[in-house]
Design a protein around this ligand. Structure first.
Ligand code: PXP
Length: 238
């Protein structure tokens, strides 16, 4: 059964709007777990635009489920991860100007550097997932880095403008799951998923974890975080 990894970055985004203390993503993470999230995800960005080092340090001590740190495969971030030791690091590309992570990692082009990050994180006892587009080349390259998992970037699926494009993207994701498993990789998925587009994906077998942030935090503003998490967990489990 797939698990929900709740991304709490947006609680930090609101907090940073006033550079104050509220809302606290640490509290959101605990509430999310109480509501049924089986993992907590945060992205510590180089520019610290939302999640801060303090959030990472505290959540390492308070998160009771799987603690997943999204980060760029940079020397600074790998050093931080090796010290704090989240359960899993998801390596993502990072670009200062972007509103959110825009594409998957180019593992083919950066095979040596990413393999080095994977090895260093493994030596610290941390599992590694690579956030990649559903492309056979990227999956095969991910296998070569010795990563434990891939997170399929579902952004193109989420942004598809018509049914034909959506079906094409779903097929690409299904093929990526099959190839990922063939290569011995655990398969996760995330980005742009909401209460509607999760439904076809939740029917696929073989996705172990969905990392979802924006749509859950948006719904939480209307119905509260507890209800928003429960609604998504129910859809994933159905
Ligand atoms: N997975 C990864 C690797 C991401 O970078 C993000 C965005 O931080 C997400 C999942 C969650 O995306 P969304 O906020 O659109 O649900």
């Amino acid at each position: 059964m797939a698990k929900l990894g709740l991304n709490v970055d947006h609680f930090a985004t609101v907090r940073q709007a006033r550079l104050g203390a509220e809302p606290d993503p640490v509290i959101a993470a605990a509430m999310g777990e109480l509501a049924g999230a089986e993992g907590i995800t945060i992205h510590l960005r180089e520019d610290r635009r939302h999640i801060q080092d303090r959030d990472l340090e505290i959540m390492r001590k308070t998160v009771k489920t799987k603690f997943n740190l999204e980060m760029a495969p940079s020397v600074e971030m790998v050093d931080i991860a090796c010290r704090v030791k989240p359960d899993q690091c998801t390596l993502v590309p990072e670009n200062r100007e972007e509103l959110t992570t825009e594409g998957g990692l180019d593992v083919v082009a950066h095979l040596v550097g990413i393999s080095l990050s994977v090895n260093t994180l493994h030596a610290a006892g941390i599992k590694v997932s690579l956030f990649i587009d559903p492309s056979p080349d990227q999956i095969n390259a991910s296998y070569m880095t010795d990563a434990d998992a891939i997170e399929i970037h579902t952004g193109r699926y989420a942004d598809a403008q018509d049914e034909k494009a959506r079906q094409q993207e779903l097929e690409a994701i299904r093929d990526a799951i099959v190839l990922g498993h063939k290569q011995g990789l655990t398969v996760h998925a995330g980005h742009g998923l909401n209460y509607v587009n999760i439904i076809p994906l939740a029917r696929f077998s073989g996705i172990e974890e969905f990392n979802i942030g924006h749509s859950i935090v948006a719904r939480a503003m209307y119905v509260g975080l507890d209800q928003a998490v429960r609604d998504m967990v129910r859809l994933i489990r159905q």
